[in-house]
Ligand binder design. Structure first.
Ligand code: ADP
Length: 516
């Protein structure tokens, strides 16, 4: 038998899947690690924990699959974006890995936005100006921890660290690089304007390679430990977001990947890099000629969780006693309300500020309440509001990448047929739910097979991804949504100027409240 491994270095755990050459799952392993949050805006991980997890999960799938010498054809990697590790003269980490969720660089990304430099850099790098990006993080360290910053020999990310430990080289592929905020997506080089701002030269960044490039000669100790021979190629791979598009078979033009898990995202593949004139969309590399344009949304399923916890406490307790999903009970309640929630509109900006509005002060709201509206209307309108918001991201993507043709949707929301149908009705597109298991690992596997010549085209993925559900837009519903969507969008604009005033009020009074 011949095998490939697709591994994904995620924010909370590293996963590894052993596949046969048809993409069938043979073995799986997963190892989690601690997120360090000493302060509310900090989110760090220990690079050693991550490296140990990678070694552990690779070893586990080799053993579980009983892989013999010569049978493993390659290993290919996915990884979370935006992490930053500073390495010292002796090639040891001087910091933990600062992850995308770390917010300590907020002041510096705000400054970049306000002075206009951020937009100039965004137009070349395709990474929205945000504290998540290494560009902002490095500005923060340069200003607030200059000793550390000046001493650092290299600024790298988690995947580069793992490859360094296994192969002794500092190499970063275009996909992870394209999410740093320092990589020019049009000429595929480090962006001089960003480097000048950071006062560093290229020698302090990893060498750039293509996602499809590979390297052989694994460190002998680890090779022995893992049972992986020196001649097995390790493909650099790409980031988890773009590989998830590949892993759910959303790589053809117009096929949109929509995710609603705790957060959410809308992403589509285009054949050359594009940027949004307003800086609201990302553009990250999958390969040199496939790019993923999209928007990350903070307010996804987590908002539904809030509705459940705050408005349906008794139902939650009953569900727990009956050992059924409380979400299922809530969606059954919502199902009794007609599409459009009898004109109750909900803006889901309960926390975090990313696509579509990227406004730090945004707050949630119900609009259109009458005495006829009930809690059941509120839950339906919240589910609809989460989808309207994703639709707004879709409209922005349409502006740079053309009309959508169909949707491949994933995430916890897909457990609800009501919510899946809502997505089809609001987007007015067919929605397919792929049978996805660790889609970023599968994406890494397929990219790896393509890189090493085992498949001719990435579209082969279609033979490896099953389908669980398909939904078609229902005319009775989409006509209602067509009426409501323009109101919902206009309302976002009407509310926007007041977000800051209410956020400041809350900051002042809610803090006092906490201190009492
Ligand atoms: P994560 O994004 O953290 O990996 P999931 O993809 O499992 O998590 O998504 C979790 C979200 O999915 C929950 O917050 C909830 O909004 C939604 N969800 C989970 N189960 C259901 C269900 N049965 N019906 C509707 N929504 C659900």
């Amino acid at each position: 038998m011949d095998y490939m491994i697709g591994a994904d270095i995620g924010t909370t755990s590293t996963k590894s899947v052993l596949y046969d050459m048809n993409g069938k799952v043979i073995a799986y392993a997963n190892k989690g690690y601690q997120l360090y949050q000493d302060t509310p805006d900090m989110a760090e991980e220990d690079p050693e924990d991550i490296f140990d997890a990678v070694v552990e999960v690779l070893g586990q799938v080799m053993r579980k699959g009983n892989v013999k010498p010569g049978e493993l054809k390659g290993v290919s990697f996915s990884s979370a974006m935006h992490s930053l590790i500073l390495m010292d003269e002796n090639d040891k980490p001087m910091t933990r890995a600062i992850t995308w969720a770390d917010n300590r660089a907020a002041k510096y990304s705000e400054e970049l936005k306000e002075n206009g430099l951020g937009q100039e850099i965004y137009l070349k790098t395709g990474t929205p100006i945000h504290p998540m990006a290494p560009l902002s993080k490095m500005l923060w360290l340069k200003n607030e921890k200059p000793d550390l910053y000046n001493k650092a020999k290299k600024f790298i990310d988690l995947k580069t660290y793992v490859f360094f430990r296994l192969f002794g080289v500092y190499q970063m592929e275009y996909s992870i690089a394209s999410a740093t905020g320092m990589f020019n997506i049009f000429d595929l080089k480090w962006e001089k304007q960003a480097l000048d701002l950071l006062e560093i030269d290229e020698s302090r960044l990893p060498k750039l390679v293509e996602p499809t490039d590979s390297i052989k000669g694994i460190n002998a100790n680890y090779g022995e430990l893992l049972g992986i021979q020196q001649d097995v190629p390790f493909v650099f791979g790409a980031s988890d977001g773009v590989l998830s598009n590949l892993g759910v078979n959303a790589i053809d033009p117009g096929v949109v990947a929509v995710t609603i898990g705790t957060s959410g995202a809308v992403r589509v593949v285009v054949d050359k890099p594009v940027v949004d004139p307003n800086g609201r969309l990302f553009c990250y590399a999958l390969t040199k000629d496939k790019w993923v344009v999209g928007g990350p949304v903070n307010n996804g399923g987590i908002v539904f969780r809030w509705v459940r916890d705050q408005l349906f406490g008794p139902e939650k307790i009953t569900a727990e006693q009956m050992q059924v999903s409380s979400y299922d009970i809530l969606t059954q309640i919502a199902e009794k309300i007609p599409a459009g929630s009898d004109g109750l509109l909900f803006h889901p900006y309960l926390g975090g500020k990313r696509a579509p509005i990227w406004n730090a002060y945004a707050r949630g709201s119900f609009f259109g309440l009458t005495r006829q509206h009930t809690r059941a209307h509120m839950v339906r309108s919240a589910l609809e509001g989460i989808v309207y918001n994703l639709y707004m991201v879709m409209l922005m993507i349409e502006g740079v990448a053309g009309k959508p043709k169909s949707i491949q949707a994933t995430g916890g929301f897909a457990r609800s047929s009501l919510w899946r149908q809502m997505l089809a009705d609001i987007f007015e597109q067919d929605v397919t739910i792929p049978e996805s298991f660790e889609s970023s690992c599968l994406g890494a596997d397929v990219l790896g097979m393509y890189s090493l010549g085992y498949i001719d085209d990435l579209s082969e993925v279609k033979n490896m991804v099953g389908v669980t559900n398909v939904h078609h837009p229902d005319e009775n519903n989409f006509e209602v949504y067509r009426e409501l969507l323009p109101i919902w969008i206009r309302l976002s604009k009407v509310l926007a100027p007041e977000y800051k005033s209410i956020a400041e009020f809350q900051k002042k009074h809610m803090k006092e409240h906490q201190e009492k």
